[in-house]
Design a protein around this ligand. Structure first.
Ligand code: ZN
Ligand code: ZN
Length: 276
């Protein structure tokens, strides 16, 4: 069985992604309330108590809101950086355990190998995650101000990537947010814009990547079609292998399979037409 994942929710209303490989189940972030999280797991056919561990990217509420109560209710341990543990106040919470995974380090969770990669974001010790199993790998990065070398290098061999495409710079500048918040989002410790993602897709996406999911889109400062068009144009400029592009929002996605084969894939008709 290869790796597969399913976004249970994405964006400021709450983030959580379920990842499964060979009987191992990992929840990445728990930014939905514990009841909602359990319901979304159950509607994916997953018993919440069967989750092996909850990985936390950072302490912000839209990623960690439901973590402690989910852990306590279902007896599932949490895992993340020391900074996240302290900033989320987990020392004072009743939880089923916390395993420290320092940025830059790797540990096994059942059939999955999990690596935490440091990311620039205005949180205590935020990370992105790289999850791999039997030749399939997923890179998962939301909430980062720019794509630094740790993430770019870490994601280069991934078959699938989930990355935030948080805002369109024009919509953010002209939008309703107070200037201090706009500055925070725009800063190198804020969020990725559609253009940041486009640059990454064009220049740094690995040759073996087959699936890209755009996540954590702002409701006010972005539009799914604007984000999709920017990413599609960038993938067109990149050329090379065909990449399936998916979007996710507050309701998440269905299951997305991540292949393990490294066989070369056909180029798309559109890309081939560039050479005619
Ligand atoms: Zn967030
Ligand atoms: Zn955040």
């Amino acid at each position: 069985m290869s790796l597969r994942f399913r976004v249970l929710g994405s964006g400021s209303s709450g983030n959580a992604t379920l990842i499964e490989a060979a009987g191992t189940r990992v929840l990445l972030d728990a930014g939905l309330g514990p009841r909602e999280l359990a319901e979304r797991l159950q509607s994916a056919g997953v018993d919440p108590a069967s989750v092996d561990i909850v990985l936390l990217s950072h302490e912000h509420g839209d990623h960690a809101r439901g973590a402690a109560s989910f852990s306590r209710r279902w007896g599932v341990p949490l895992c993340g950086s020391r900074g996240t543990y302290a900033a989320a106040g987990l020392g004072a919470a009743e939880i089923a355990g916390y395993e420290v995974l320092a940025p830059g380090s790797t540990r096994d969770v059942g059939a999955l190998s999990v690596t935490a990669l440091p990311v620039p974001h205005d949180a205590a010790e935020p990370v992105a995650f790289l999850l791999s199993s039997g030749g399939s790998s997923l890179g998962h990065a939301t909430d980062l101000g720019h794509l630094g070398p740790a993430v770019v290098d870490g994601f280069r061999s991934c078959k699938a990537i989930l990355v935030e495409s948080n805002y369109d710079p024009g919509m953010l500048r002209d939008g309703p947010y107070p200037w201090a918040l706009k500055e925070r989002i725009l800063s190198p410790l804020g969020h990725l814009s559609n253009q940041d993602v486009a640059r990454f897709l064009e220049k740094d996406l690995g040759e073996s990547c087959e699936t890209v999911v755009l996540a954590h889109l702002s409701q006010k400062n972005n539009h799914p079609e604007v984000a999709r068009m920017a990413a599609e144009a960038a993938l067109g400029r990149r050329g090379g292998t065909d990449v399936r592009l998916e979007m996710t929002g507050r309701d998440g996605t269905g299951w997305i399979e991540v292949s393990r084969s490294s066989a070369p894939r056909a180029t798309t008709a559109r890309q081939m037409s560039l050479f005619e």
